[in-house]
Design a protein around this ligand. Sequence first.
Ligand code: TMP
Length: 208
Amino acid sequence: MEGIFITMEGPDGSGKTTQIELLKTYLEEKGYDIVIAREPGGTAIGEVIREVILNPEHKEMSHMTELLLYASARAQLVNQVIAPALLEGKAVICDRFVESSAVYQGIGRGLGVDTVYEVNNYALGNVKPMLTIFMDLDADQGIRRKKKQAELDRMEQEDLSFHERVVEGYRMLAKLYPERIVPIDAMLPIEEIHKKIVDEVEKRFFAK
Ligand code: TMP
């Protein structure tokens, strides 16, 4: 069996985690061993980097430092987890990946999408997502959902206009790369979203 690499993207609070769990069950039923990873993190080194990036006390972090730290955590995840799993024919589902950097650092922070992809090429090597699901949700809705949950991390504490740029960035990328990035309305009921994701997966990986 060939490996499958799917990434899940969207603003904070868009319901990615719930959908990842449902997709995992579906792919298990298809006979796949599943690896789920989250970014930043997913490895011991990556989790330490995550603490550094998201710590609300690190207000002085430069945008370039932030970009490089996300890329470092990603390099480790690709090398230690994703590439080996794909070689073994597993299905890898990643909660955020390079598109998060493209929109949060490239557009939100203003570093530029091209710069972000260029830097990340070193982290990715030849490992590229085969399908990216974009949970499309207006920024204010996402923030509202998050505020109900827990303390906000350094990224979540950014103002609404930052998160609006992020969502617009995702919408732009989905238009630029329609063959890979599929937007799905995150306001739909959970089961309906899952069905749409399954349709995309069937079409791409299991169509005869
Ligand atoms: P999480 O809350 O989904 O675990 O993600 C942590 C935060 O990091 C979230 O606000 C999005 C942000 N982020 C970036 O800014 N760039 C990236 O490359 C990634 C992976 C996440």
